[in-house]
Design a protein. Structure first.
Length: 357
């Protein structure tokens, strides 16, 4: 499973510049006029992790497959997008299947770059985008309520549960509350899980700031405390540098990590994700899973047959393999464990599965 993030924001906030920097390719136009992103842009970005190269050196393989993040960049939203204003509404469907939404708001001032609202106001921009997401979801929910009414009248138990959940969500949306905060029973939650409402997705707030403001507090711009401050222009410049030059540039800015790494780390934390490794002469690979998954569930991301036919997992930690230098030495030291179906996989575990098939 690859983490998928939809990028939304008003026109001219730096979304496409940021997207280009994230995917390290000029796939999206980044011009100074509204709606320059006509088609949704999709980019697959590897998750940087120094552990992968160390594992590859130990098992002597040149093939490394990191975990990935799929970014989807759509046209800028404007007030009235849910009614078809601008172009953003046409592409909201493209982010319904993403795991999270990255909301990019403009915090930098530049008289040469137009702002669709006429002034830079991150707080108001967030309100505008949130409202458009809410109104788009209201349209979806209202259509579904209408379609389930007939089954509800017949007394169908599933339809009653579904209708109840939709009604609760609709009430909250009507009160301009995000659907992620709607209080529902477990059965109600399950009944609407497939709808993939925009306002049920975790939101990562990104403030696009001037380079000199990267070390400031998000609250200085009226952003949530967990917002990520990124300078899209700086990220674009970093994308053209080699690893050593990037580190030197970041150090000069007083930063330890690029905006991409900070964004990915926060996304993994927000969504409760982590990854484990498989390592052998053929390849070293990172597999993304949810925290708390058992060994069979984790095996399922490789192939469903691995989960169905799971027998056991041979497990060693990344730190043990690095310390002892080989799987044989880890085993000799008594650090290679055999775990069953109840084992909870931990971030950085190195697993080898035994399964029947």
């Amino acid at each position: 499973m690859a983490l998928s993030i939809g990028i939304v924001g008003l026109p001219n906030v730096g979304k496409s510049t940021l997207f280009n920097a994230l995917v390290k390719e000029a796939q999206a136009a980044a011009e100074n006029f509204p709606f320059c992103t006509i088609e949704p842009n999709v980019g697959i970005v590897p998750v940087p992790d120094d552990r992968l190269q160390k594992l590859a050196d130990i098992v002597k393989t040149e093939k490394i497959i990191p975990a990935t993040v799929r970014f989807v960049d759509i046209a800028g939203l404007v007030a009235g997008a849910h009614k078809g204003e601008g172009l953003g509404n046409q592409f909201l469907a493209h982010i319904r299947e993403t795991d999270a939404i990255a909301m990019v708001v403009r915090c930098f001032k530049n008289e040469n770059v137009l702002h669709v609202a006429g002034k830079v106001n991150p707080t108001e921009d967030i309100k505008t985008i949130r409202l458009e997401l809410i109104l788009a979801d209201m349209q979806t929910v209202e259509k579904m309520i209408a379609s389930v009414e007939r089954d509800k009248k017949s007394g169908n138990k599933e339809a009653l549960t579904h209708h109840s959940a939709l009604s609760k969500i609709h009430k909250d949306l009507n009160d301009e509350k995000l659907a992620m905060y709607t209080v529902m029973t477990d059965a109600e939650k399950e009944s609407v899980k497939y709808i993939q409402l925009l306002t049920q997705k975790p939101i990562l707030y990104i403030g696009n700031v001037a380079e000199e403001d990267l070390s400031r507090d998000p609250a200085d711009f009226g952003l949530p405390s967990d917002a990520i401050l990124i300078c899209a222009k700086t990220e674009a410049e970093l994308a053209t540098l080699d690893e050593d030059e990037q580190k030197e540039y970041l150090t000069s800015l007083g930063l330890n990590e690029s905006g991409l790494i900070r964004l990915v780390h926060q996304a993994f934390q927000t969504l409760g994700l982590e990854y484990y490794f498989t390592a052998g002469v053929q390849e070293v690979r990172a597999w993304t899973i949810h925290k708390g998954w058992t060994a069979p569930q984790a095996a399922g991301v490789i192939h469903t047959d691995f989960e169905k036919g799971f027998i056991r997992a041979e497990v060693m930690s990344y730190h043990d393999l690095v310390e002892f230098g080989s799987e044989i030495k880890v085993k000799e030291a008594g650090r290679l464990r055999v775990e069953g179906k109840e084992y909870i996989v931990k971030d950085g575990d190195i697993l080898h599965y035994r399964f029947s098939g």
